[in-house]
Write a protein that binds this ligand. Structure first.
Ligand code: VGL
Ligand code: ZN
Length: 204
């Protein structure tokens, strides 16, 4: 059985948001069309407490998009974004969410970021998603959303590692693109064993 995984389609990742992905909102109508074809729709929601450790503002003298060393490895620092309960953390108003059956919130621990839908950035702390999917007999995931080079990529690579067949819908993802990170993300996702597919192919 297959599931659609909609990653972080939230106001802060769309134009005008705190961490905007260029043209991030353009994928919303594509995702809405796609989701009609799925009986299982799952979403993730980036959900940080104020003062989260991934925010540059939490580190004296640091600017957004600089990288620092955290106990669990390298961490890019971000503008404050997707603060719990803020409008920026809401899903894009045009995103069809009524048929979503599970919303995984992530990044809610102050000391650790969480890009992937499966594991926090220490690669150890689970979100519980693998168990949920397995319990429901899902073996195939179609990934869409934001951002290609961060939360989509980490979710896709972890999904493959967890033993799922993972497809990435190329026209239903958009990236932040820091120094070629979108191209690199595609290389990593395909090398991991994920497959690229277009929405046209899925919709026909
Ligand atoms: C994301 C950076 C920080 C994402 C979330 O959804 O790709 N990127 N938090
Ligand atoms: Zn975040």
């Amino acid at each position: 059985m297959k599931a659609l995984l909609i990653v972080d389609v939230q106001n802060d990742f769309c134009p005008g948001g705190a961490l905007e992905v260029p043209d991030g909102d353009e994928i919303v109508p594509v995702i809405n069309e796609l989701s009609k074809q799925f009986n299982v729709v799952i979403q993730t929601q980036d959900w940080h407490p104020a003062g989260h450790s991934s925010f540059a503002s939490s580190h004296e003298g640091k600017e957004p998009f600089e990288t620092i060393e955290m106990p669990y490895g390298q961490q890019v620092l971000w503008p404050d974004h997707c603060v719990q309960g803020s409008p920026g953390a809401d899903f894009h108003p045009d995103l069809e969410t009524t048929r979503s059956q599970l919303i995984i919130r992530k990044g809610f621990r102050k000391e650790i970021d969480s890009y992937s839908a499966f594991y926090e950035n220490d690669d150890e702390t689970t979100t519980g998603l693998t168990g949920y999917l397995e319990a429901r007999g899902i073996n195939t995931i179609y990934a869409v959303g934001l951002a290609t080079d961060f939360c989509v990529k980490w979710s896709v690579v972890d999904g493959v590692k967890e033993g799922f067949d993972v497809y990435v819908v190329e026209d239903a993802v958009k990236g932040i693109d820091i120094e070629g990170s979108v191209d690199q993300a595609w290389t990593e996702m395909l090398n991991a064993g994920a497959k690229k597919v277009s929405s046209k192919k899925l919709l026909k």
